[in-house]
Design a protein around this ligand. Structure first.
Ligand code: NAI
Ligand SMILES: O=C(O)C1=N[C@H](C(=O)O)C[C@H](O)C1
Length: 266
């Protein structure tokens, strides 16, 4: 069996280290290298907290991709470097699977065009947890009938981007079906700036950051005399790994960029 040769960017992070553990258990995946911003030339096996894998760490993506003959780059880093890594991977014919959130609309559009030009598969998934993907789909369905909606996302306090990628993707999916509407009282005024949350096409997104949280979201719909709440919780980062594996397998069959795991679920 030919194994898929994978590079992981961000191997010491919360998600990256979980991805290494997942990859180490798969017969059809091989971790061939990692990208970090330090520890050039060291090996994953030398870190006590990481699985015993004989993969070298590179700090220069160009050098890494020219030496290791990778099929897929899994990026779990930061918005700034995730974008650079994704672009460089596409330019080098390596298929990116990107969990990193916080890309701008312009960056997503540019990467979409680049993938199309090169005819290369890319998956950018703001959330790899299957339950979260279903939560977003259920919210899209509900929004056809309930145009009054607010999104509350709750994350650990080491998160760099707000709102979360999942909240933005949820709002985008809702926007596709929701009748355009400015919610709340037409004359409402914030006496403290930000009190009503971020405004996405008239919908409000509220971001909580607290120690102890992992990744949680509620989509709350309001109507006369009733509320509907669609809720998802990730209590452990293992919850994202089924989706990461699915994305690695599927990106090998694609020749365009897809944004959201729902596009590859049967
Ligand atoms: N799509 C999904 O299902 C999920 C996405 N995420 C996203 O994944 C990203 C990472 O999240 P966490 O693991 O929680 O963060 P983290 O802070 O634990 O890990 C990020 C890692 O990236 C590394 N890094 C920073 N600059 C780098 C560079 N230039 N090259 C290589 N590595 C670099 C850091 O050293 C760190 O180890 C975030 O954008 C987060 O929003 C997180 C959870 C699930
Ligand atoms: O940073 C995180 O932790 C997460 N980020 C993703 C997001 O921004 O939606 C996915 C998940 O919510 C965890």
């Amino acid at each position: 069996m030919k194994k898929i040769r994978v590079v992981v960017a961000g191997p010491r992070g919360k998600m990256g280290s979980e991805a290494l553990r997942m990859i180490s258990k798969q017969d059809d995946l091989e971790l061939v290298a990692c990208l970090d911003h330090k520890y050039e030339g060291e090996y994953i096996r030398d870190f006590d907290s990481l699985p015993n894998i004989n993969a070298r760490i590179y700090t220069d993506i160009q050098k890494c991709l020219s030496e290791v003959n990778a099929d897929v780059l899994v990026d779990l880093t930061t918005p700034e470097y995730g974008y650079i890594h994704t672009k460089t991977a596409i330019e080098n014919g390596v298929r990116p699977v990107v969990g990193t959130t916080g890309f701008t609309d312009e960056q997503l559009a540019e990467l979409t065009d680049l993938a199309e030009d090169k005819g290369i598969g890319v998956i950018i998934a703001p959330n790899f947890a299957l339950g979260a993907v279903l939560m977003m789909q259920f919210a899209k369905w509900a929004a056809k009938y309930f145009p009054d909606v607010e999104i509350i996302e709750k994350h650990h306090d080491n998160k760099l981007d707000a709102p979360s990628g999942t909240a933005v993707k949820t709002a985008q999916l809702i926007q596709e079906v929701r009748e355009q509407k400015q919610q709340g009282h037409p004359n409402e005024k914030e006496t403290i700036q930000g009190a009503r949350g971020a405004n996405f096409d008239g919908m409000r997104i509220h971001s909580m950051r607290l120690p102890g949280l992992v990744a949680h979201q509620e989509v709350v719909f309001g109507s006369t005399g009733e509320n509907l709440t669609i809720k998802h919780d990730s209590f452990h980062r293992e919850s994202f790994m089924t989706g990461v594996k699915l994305a690695i397998d599927n990106v090998m069959k694609l020749n365009v960029l897809v944004y959201g795991l729902e596009n590859i679920l049967e």
